[in-house]
Design a protein around this ligand. Structure first.
Ligand code: ACM
Ligand code: ZN
Length: 787
């Protein structure tokens, strides 16, 4: 059992995510004016300000009234003021005026103009959605304190800067996804998530409602889906991928589900925030909870229990050979259609291991009678059949990019997650696409150094990487590019059990995704965004959002001298406006510690600790960089097998450069070997006494990096014949997502030698139950320390 394949192949990540030094994009836009996210298409600052206070009135009519009531409600919550509504002709002073222009052009559906003069705030839009987004912009112009959960005791009038904004979104699908199956989230958090999306001008909530570990939507015709499928045994003390299944007689106590009544209320609320909910009902895989409730719709007939943790590979599928399965799924979808008025239903389609289909007589009969060729054809058949049904009921399907395999169903839209290629293929075949590749859009991945972050599924997607995302591939022509509906942040929750943790993973990365989805590509600029983000954070603070400060950690860049005995450390700040303080004596840096000005030379073994400070307060975490000087420092290393050019670290000196790696395999200290063993000889320059040798290896199961099977140390005086004096066995494969650094050390007595041979055996290929089973395994080593 391991996690599913939402993991990274290291090579992909290095190629795509720009982790080692985020790309600095073009200079910030020439726009001046207040800090807004997402950046509007066009903004012109004007002199003066509008005074917003308790005497300000709102003016609106027709469909605009609901949005006017919304803005009044926001102000009431922030200040306690009950703004009056102007009757009749909008007043020309001290008013917030919302006006619908009624333009029929579809492209105007979400755009707006916002004009602020000393006399009034005027928001104009073709449709109410545009007015709503104008209000979201206005919100960022009033005090952050107004965003608190309770009104300020005595709110001060706000000075709203005069300006003119013309704005409209780049993409029509600006999505946020939430997996409520791996962990159940209370309905209050669903409302909050919808508010977070709306505040960021996002318009689609992808609600992942069914999966192996839980079925979360009440279906009246099949009550066991929630009575049985909504609950699993609570193994929260154990690692997600090492959870024992439910035992006979054991009660399932962890879980929950949303009643249809609750869902209707959420849908209505989302609609008032101009958010469409796309429900996901997974098939043919990720169906473990449903099959625990109704095993007769599987190939084997079960019995099954709801798994309390990771399942891999996912072999328990709906039986696609049995027509009753289709009736069951259609009945479910009938109820889903009745609840969700949006155009799309997401039918999943990802990660189905078809080995049970291979063995199932009914599935095999279907493959023969329908001439489907193989099991991939059967999956395609199933999706096409469901598409046909949903189409007949007025709905469109969207599915993960696996639905391309075996032939795409007509009209189906594709959600491209295993990179961009699925989306490219679909767009070329004239299908709509939502881009949500793991390398940029998976918010369950680490956003800061794994050493500091809460345990996550793996990967590394700092906010700079999200910001660098370009959803429309350059390889598409203009017509094909129109099929890219937009992009989406995905929040899978295997490792996220609470709303607070979900907020931590979402923020501030969601702000970056919002700008990618809304703002013109040409206006994006990281430095400018970072300034605006920093100005935005007090709003999140006021809202009580548990956002991550991981962005504000110092990034050390080390260069060592060629003799390996000293190192030059540059401390990079992601936030140019913050200052760095550091120590060299092991103490935690404070605002009173030396301020970093220019690279620092470390002589001999030492540790530099550094932190980023804003107005004297520590932001993010203290970063510690140990530098080691030992007997092999800077000595010549000869390799039997080459290191991978994707993970070179410092190349020929990487193993004797005094630098040890962090839990981030891509931090520049780890040298990677793809499938090969590590076998190196270090020439110490002269014969000397050796008391201890140690070397360290990274294990990051989710990134296909494994600890060695065995490490050995051998010695020689001439470099020809080696005597092996230590053979240290590896600890086996951990089968979890915990990232671990394994140290293999051995003390020696009476050993004198000039040459040391270090061998670390790569496990070769990923183990059978791994997502990359049979693929090349990686071995990562950072330093060989000789004392
Ligand atoms: C997915 O992440 N399995 C779609
Ligand atoms: Zn079957």
């Amino acid at each position: 059992m391991t996690s599913c394949a939402r993991i990274l192949i290291p090579a992909l990540l290095a190629a795509l995510c720009g982790c080692a030094g985020a790309p600095r994009m073009q200079a910030p836009s020439a726009q001046t004016g207040p800090a807004l996210i997402p950046l509007p298409v066009k903004m012109t600052a004007r002199p003066g300000h509008f005074r917003l206070d308790g005497s300000t009135v709102t003016a609106s009519s027709g469909e605009a009234e609901e949005v006017a009531e919304y803005v009044a409600q926001l102000i009431r919550r922030g200040t306690g003021w009950q703004l009056a509504r102007a009757a009749g002709v909008p007043p020309d002073s001290n008013a917030i005026v919302l006006e619908l222009t009624g333009s029929p052009a579809a492209s105007d559906a979400e755009g707006y103009t916002l004009e602020i003069t000393p006399q009034r705030i005027l928001i104009k839009a073709a449709r109410p959605a545009g007015l709503f987004y104008g209000v979201q912009t206005l919100r960022q112009l009033w005090p952050a304190a107004w965003e608190g959960p309770a009104p300020a005791v005595q709110a001060e009038p706000a000075r709203i800067p005069c300006l003119v904004i013309n704005d409209q979104p780049r993409y029509s699908w600006r999505g946020g996804h939430l997996d409520v199956c791996r962990h159940f989230f209370p309905i209050e958090f669903i409302y909050r998530y919808i508010d977070y999306l709306a505040m960021n001008k996002m318009n689609t909530f992808h609600w992942h409602l069914t999966d192996d570990q839980g079925w979360r939507i009440e279906i009246k015709k099949y009550p066991l889906l929630t009575e049985v499928g909504g609950w699993r045994v609570d193994r929260s003390g154990d690692h997600w991928n090492k959870r024992a299944p439910q035992q006979p007689g054991e009660k399932a106590t962890y879980g929950g589900y949303y009643s249809q009544e609750e869902i209707r209320a959420v849908v209505e609320y989302a609609s008032s925030r101009f958010i469409t909910i796309v429900p996901e009902i997974e098939m043919p895989a990720h169906a473990g909870a449903a099959l625990a409730a109704y095993p007769r719709f599987s190939c084997t007939g079960g019995p099954f229990t709801v798994p309390p943790g990771g399942v891999w590979p996912i072999v328990n599928l709906y039986c696609a050979g049995d027509d009753t399965t289709f009736s069951f799924l259609q009945d479910i979808l009938d109820e889903v259609i009745g609840l969700f008025p949006g155009d799309y239903i997401h039918i999943g389609g990802d990660e189905a291991d078809k080995s049970e289909w291979k063995k199932c007589p009914k599935c095999q009969a279907r493959i023969r009678t329908e001439n489907l060729g193989d099991e991939t054809g059967l999956q395609s058949y199933m999706i096409r059949r469901m598409e046909g049904y949903l189409h007949s009921r007025g709905k469109r399907i969207i599915g993960w990019d696996e639905i391309l395999e075996g032939g795409l169903a007509p009209r189906a839209a594709v959600m491209s997650w295993r990179g961009m290629q699925g989306g490219i293929d679909a767009a070329r075949a004239d299908h709509d696409v939502v881009m949500t590749p793991t390398d940029y859009c998976y918010f369950d991945y680490y956003q800061g150094p794994a050493d500091f972050e809460p345990l996550s599924i793996g990967g590394y997607i700092p906010i700079e990487t999200v910001y660098a995302f370009e959803p429309t591939p350059a390889s598409l022509d203009e017509k094909q590019a129109k099929h890219i509906l937009g992009c989406q942040a995905n929040l899978w929750t295997e490792f996220i059990a609470t709303p607070e943790h979900a907020e931590y993973m979402l923020f501030p990365r969601l702000l970056a995704m919002a700008e990618v989805a809304w703002s013109p590509k040409s206006s994006r600029g990281w430095d400018h965004f970072l300034d605006r983000l920093t100005a935005f954070l007090p709003r999140l603070e006021a809202m009580g959002v548990n956002y991550s400060r991981s962005l504000y950690s110092v990034k050390p860049v080390l260069e060592r001298s060629s003799d390996g005995r000293s190192a030059l450390v540059a401390l990079k700040s992601p936030a140019p406006f913050a200052v760095i303080h550091y120590t060299l004596d092991g103490a935690e840096p404070t605002a009173a510690s030396p301020r970093y000005e220019s690279p620092i030379t470390l002589q001999g073994s030492s540790t530099i600790k550094a932190g980023l400070f804003l107005d004297g307060a520590l932001q993010g975490r203290i970063v510690a960089v140990p530098f080691l000087v030992h007997k092999a420092s800077g000595q010549k290393v000869t390799y039997t097998h080459p290191w991978s050019d994707r993970y070179q670290a410092a190349g020929p000196t990487a193993l004797v450069d005094g630098l040890t790696g962090s839990k981030n395999y891509n931090d520049g200290s780890w040298q990677g070997f793809e499938q090969h063993d590590l076998e190196v000889v270090i020439d110490l320059g002269r014969e000397m006494e050796i008391r201890r040798v140690s070397s360290s290896y990274l294990e990051d199961f989710g990134s296909w990096i494994f600890a060695p099977r065995e490490v050995s140390y051998a010695f020689s005086d001439k470099g020809k014949e080696f005597q092996t004096l230590a053979v240290l066995p590896g600890g086996g494969i951990q089968d979890g997502n915990e990232i671990t650094i394994h140290h293999f050390g051995r003390d020696f007595s009476n050993v004198r030698a000039r040459y040391l041979k270090v061998t670390a055996k790569n496990i070769g290929v990923c183990p059978p139950d791994h997502a990359g089973a049979g693929g090349k395994a990686w071995l990562f080593v950072d330093e060989i320390i000789v004392e």
